[in-house]
Design a protein around this ligand. Structure first.
Ligand SMILES: Nc1ncnc2c1ncn2[C@@H]1O[C@H](COP(=O)(O)OP(=O)(O)OP(=O)(O)O)[C@@H](O)[C@H]1O
Ligand SMILES: O=C(O)[C@H](O)CO
Length: 532
């Protein structure tokens, strides 16, 4: 068996320190999962990521190893759901050199932050940064368009002596709408809505948005030229692609018209586009990419990712270690259909908890899922190697962490989100397996604190889910068929499985966690743990 597995694993064993701690019961594991999730969210708070990325040194500032001289020449713009807290911290650190600023933030956010006691993420009155709220329900609207116009105006007045600090986070696309004339805001919105409804990914959506917008795809840099542009980015896209996060206003788009047209064709929109959109797409086809102006403009830009899913996973790992788990990070790029993703986690649970050597078939199935769920074979192999070591060396507990953004194909009309649906599916799949009764526990949560249109961020499940649901007269499969995971978890055990952290003020996609207890390899040993 070991030989069979070694065919799949090419990476050397990781050096590990094995510690002995008391075995965990399921209730405490559940609370540990919540603590680890909280640490992940804490690591990517907008104010702390900005604080960590800006080094102030008298009248100069160092960002990502680059030094800039401050001479009352700093201007600030921002757009995105987490940008207010980022701007508040930037103002605290650099406010004495700030000339003017404008941030475009979600409708109602200031009031919400106040109500949640998050005053440290709000800007002081008269601080020189104008806060413009818009994009109700995450959709571009006239208010967001006005903010985009003011941001464009601010950028276009800058000279080579100026620095433009650009704060970017998820939701930035809707908060910076600047359709290229003659496209109207409504026409642009209709195109993106139809693409989204047809199942286009965020990469595809933003490929099209960039082509129809004056500020996206490097447009903002164009207006700010010749000023120095420094963009601090909180990433909410798998793989942190600079040109796609908030549709890349500070990154010259390398994508030609062919790619834009092929997205529109893929979702059968090509023959039903408004004349204005066809007009703009036609003009883009004639524009030559990589011309001298664009190269000059790019030389004045520094783009830095200051917060991401990887950073959240790293800090989650530290917290897990403090709580007595051996952490292992699978990948920050988990995506694909929620069914394949749930299959992956239930297989990993089975693999880790096997009382005998796990079979080569499980390992092979895990590896075969890789391409569907966006995880490299190397990462899967390393993780299995780690889990196998934990199993054979009888570690007290292991914490497998991953992140990303799976997708749900909506077929029902229920209330739920991809995290709750994933947790429900993993719980259901684990219920059919022979697993120790004290674990594993699975958590899936959106780091923004909101999973789909629900007040929960996600849910926590384990192998006892099916029995628990049956005892309470809840039929998991009918809830799943109706995409009604939130309703299911609200009814189950008075909502105890729901993860409800409230407003987190950040967003670096989702976090997945599998907490795996120590598994006795000797069959004679009991597996039941009693909670104190
Ligand atoms: N009833 C449901 N069950 C399962 N998934 C759902 C349901 N309703 C919506 N979703 C999924 O939730 C996702 C939208 O979630 P959410 O509102 O958390 O946005 P998001 O993708 O995290 O965007 P943002 O980064 O802007 O917050 C969509 O992918 C959608 O398929
Ligand atoms: O604003 C957007 O385009 C999405 O949140 C991805 O960054």
């Amino acid at each position: 068996m070991a030989r069979a597995l070694s065919l799949f694993w090419r990476q050397p064993f990781l050096a590990l320190v094995v510690r002995r701690k008391p075995m965990l019961c399921k209730m405490s594991t559940d609370s540990h999962a919540r603590k680890v999730f909280a640490a992940a969210v804490e690591a990517v708070q907008p104010n702390s990521v900005v604080r960590q990325s800006i080094e102030r040194n008298g009248d100069s500032v160092i960002i990502d190893g680059h030094k800039f001289t401050l001479k009352r020449n700093l201007h600030l713009v921002g757009f995105g759901k987490a940008v207010l807290g980022m701007a508040a911290e930037a103002e605290r650190l650099l406010g004495d050199h700030l000339v003017k600023g404008i941030v475009s933030v979600p409708h109602g956010i200031q009031q919400t932050l106040q109500q949640h006691g998050k005053d440290h993420l709000l800007l002081k009155e008269n601080c020189g940064i104008k806060v413009m709220e818009g994009a109700k329900h995450n959709l571009p609207d006239a208010d967001a368009q006005k903010a985009a116009e003011e941001i464009k105006h601010l950028a276009s007045e800058l000279t080579e002596k100026d620095i433009l600090l650009v704060l970017i986070s998820g939701g930035g696309s809707a908060l910076l709408p600047a359709p290229i004339p003659p496209i109207s805001l409504q026409e642009k919105l209709d195109v993106t809505r139809r693409l989204a409804a047809a199942g286009a990914t965020i990469q595809e959506l933003n490929t099209v948005r960039r082509a129809l917008s004056d500020l996206k795809g490097g447009g903002l840099v164009h207006y700010a030229h010749p000023a120095q542009v420094v963009a601090l980015i909180l990433s909410d896209v798998v793989g942190d692609p600079l040109d796609l996060i908030a549709s890349g206003p500070t990154v010259q788009s390398e994508v030609g018209p062919g790619e834009v047209l092929s997205v529109l064709e893929r979702y059968k929109l090509l023959n039903s586009l408004p004349a204005s959109v066809n007009d703009v797409l036609g003009r883009i086809s004639q524009r030559t990419k990589g011309n001298k102006n664009e190269m000059d403009e790019s030389e004045h830009v520094l783009n830095v990712v200051i917060g991401s899913n990887s950073i959240a996973l790293e800090c989650a790992g530290h917290r897990a270690r403090e709580l007595g788990f051996q952490p292992v990070v699978l990948s920050p790029r988990v995506c694909g259909d929620v069914r394949s993703v749930s299959r992956l986690y239930s297989l990993l649970a089975r693999f880790a908890c096997s009382r005998e050597e796990p079979s080569a078939e499980i390992a092979a199935e895990i590896l075969s899922l890789g391409p569907e769920v966006g995880v490299e074979s190397r990462d899967l192999s390393q993780t299995m190697e780690f889990l196998d070591k934990g199993r054979t060396e009888r570690w007290d507990a292991t914490c497998l962490l991953a992140g990303g953004e799976p997708t749900v194909e909506l077929t029902g009309k229920g209330l739920g989100g991809r995290n709750q649906e994933l947790a429900l599916r993993v719980g259901l799949e684990m219920s059919g397996l022979e697993l120790p009764p004290n674990g594993p526990v699975f958590l899936s949560g959106g780091t923004d604190g909101q999973d789909g249109p629900t007040e929960a961020a996600g849910a926590i499940t384990d192998a006892g889910l099916l029995m628990e649901a049956q005892a309470q007269g809840l039929d998991i499969n009918s809830f799943l068929a109706n995409n009604d995971s939130y309703t299911f978890f609200s009814h189950l055990s008075a909502g105890q499985h729901l993860l409800v952290p409230g407003l987190t003020c950040t967003n670096v996609m989702d976090l997945h966690m599998l907490l795996i207890p120590s598994v006795p390899t000797d069959k004679s040993q009991p597996t039941h743990q009693v909670c104190p």
